[in-house]
Design a protein around this ligand. Structure first.
Ligand SMILES: Nc1ncnc2c1ncn2[C@@H]1O[C@H](COP(=O)(O)OP(=O)(O)O)[C@@H](O)[C@H]1O
Ligand SMILES: CC(=O)OP(=O)(O)O
Ligand SMILES: [Mg+2]
Length: 398
């Protein structure tokens, strides 16, 4: 019997799914994917085949109040009637925060859910939405094994010096340290690079995951040794609406001098800052690149400047740089952003092949005389989750 592996990647306003089918011993193959988006505004469900053909579409423009749970049930209903002759055996979820403990995907049970719930304050934008579909699926499918795949897990190989804030040890002992995120994406990229350029993948690689959340990771010998995100997914690069690195003194100023509440500061730092805050216009890089507004140009300049500075820092953490990989929405689709970062990083020996960079399909975009290979590799967090989830399912059978 062919096995269906359901992958769920849930965010605040969307629940994405990918359904994989495996014959048992081969790699899982994508069967369909889709999402419910516009939750709380104008819910919209769409499902597509792997080649992008629309298989189903439903809209509820007049029912903004439809709950996450009701929409999720609709999605599961569609998936179960389109299993392509397979049997649904397991579900895997992206869970952003796995704390200090979890360096591997875990089979979900009640105790684990209690622990993951305690991490909600460390990832307020993500964790509650990651956990909700796990509960919803357990209700409609009580016996189905569910697996949590953590964005933090890949970074548990970081040396202590990279994970530690210069705080009193008692706080570090409580878990106030750098965790790093986007680990499923970095793990996928690291495996892809090992196929494309094995010698480079064994060397010193910096990956820039530039989506609406953005971070960078230093991968040495296939293992994460440093990343730009920290205790929460707020640190490091400026993002669509998040500040990135901020002097902690600014938070004290907002609290003490401006009288802002903790909740107001959370909203400011997570939802009103980054590209949106600096441009005063939009959080979408496409809109900023097309705009003639000076503040839009400044937002792009600040974004690329910070990436180039972090690249220097990650190269220092690895003692050099053999390859740089761009991935995620902006990294995969924005030649101007890649070009600016590469030009700012010429001191590292990076030389861009301008024509390859402009060509939407090129994987290798560095010039022949570049000391550092520069790649554009599309990420696939869902495939990584499917593989991990299948491994956990197999371990249950051993
Ligand atoms: N052609 C493009 N040029 C520039 N930016 C793009 C392009 N296509 C997508 N993006 C950017 O990618 C971002 C979304 O990236 P994605 O990895 O899909 O994010 P997420 O999964 O975190 O929501 C959007 O903010 C958008 O600005
Ligand atoms: C961890 C994180 O920032 O995730 P996303 O890019 O999905 O917002
Ligand atoms: Mg993402």
């Amino acid at each position: 019997m062919r096995e269906g592996i359901l992958v769920i990647n849930a965010g605040s306003s969307s629940i994405k799914f990918s359904l994989y089918v495996s014959n048992g011993d081969d790699s899982p193959l994508l069967s369909s994917k889709g999402q419910v988006e516009g939750i709380n505004v104008a819910p919209h469900f769409i499902a597509k085949s792997p080649d992008g053909a629309v298989l189903a579409e439903d809209r509820w423009p007049d029912e903004p109040g439809l709950s996450h749970e009701a929409l999720f049930k609709h999605m599961i209903g569609w998936i179960e009637s389109h299993l392509d002759g397979a049997e649904l055996k397991v579900a895997g979820h992206r869970v952003v925060h796995g704390g200090s403990q979890y360096s591997h995907p875990m089979l979900i049970n009640d105790d684990l859910m209690v622990e993951l719930e305690q991490l909600v304050p460390l990832a307020p934008l993500h964790q509650p939405h990651n956990l909700a579909p796990i509960r919803a699926l357990a209700k409609v499918h009580p016996g189905l094994p569910q697996v949590a795949c953590f964005d933090t897990a890949f970074h548990r190989s970081n040396p202590w010096v990279s994970q530690t804030f210069a705080l009193p040890r008692a706080l570090t002992g409580e878990g106030v340290k750098r965790y790093g995120f986007h680990g499923l994406s970095y793990e996928y990229i690291s495996r892809r690079l090992a196929k494309l350029a094995p010698a480079q993948a064994r060397g010193r690689v910096a990956v820039a995951h530039l989506g609406s959340g953005a971070s960078m990771c230093a991968i040495k010998g296939g293992k994460s040794v440093a990343s730009t995100m920290g205790f929460t997914a707020l640190d490091g690069l400026p993002m669509g609406t998040r500040t990135g690195t901020l002097d902690a003194g600014v938070v004290l100023y907002l609290l003490q001098q401006k009288g802002m509440t903790a909740k107001e500061i959370e909203t400011l730092l997570y939802k009103q800052s980054g590209l949106l805050g600096v441009s005063g216009l939009n959080n979408d890089m496409r809109v900023l690149l097309e705009s003639s507004e000076p503040h839009a140009a400044e937002a792009v300049e600040l974004f690329t400047y910070r990436i180039a500075r972090e690249l220097g820092s990650l190269a220092a953490a690895m003692g050099g740089l053999d390859a740089l990989v761009f991935t995620a929405g902006i990294g995969e689709h924005s030649p101007p952003v890649r070009a600016r970062v590469c030009h700012l990083s010429e001191w590292l020996g990076i030389r861009l092949d301008e024509a390859a960079n402009a060509d939407g399909d090129a994987e290798l975009i560095s010039a022949l005389d570049s000391k550092v290979a520069v790649w554009v590799i599309p990420t696939d967090e869902e495939m990584m989750i499917a593989e991990h989830t299948r491994e956990v399912l197999w371990s249950l059978r051993d």
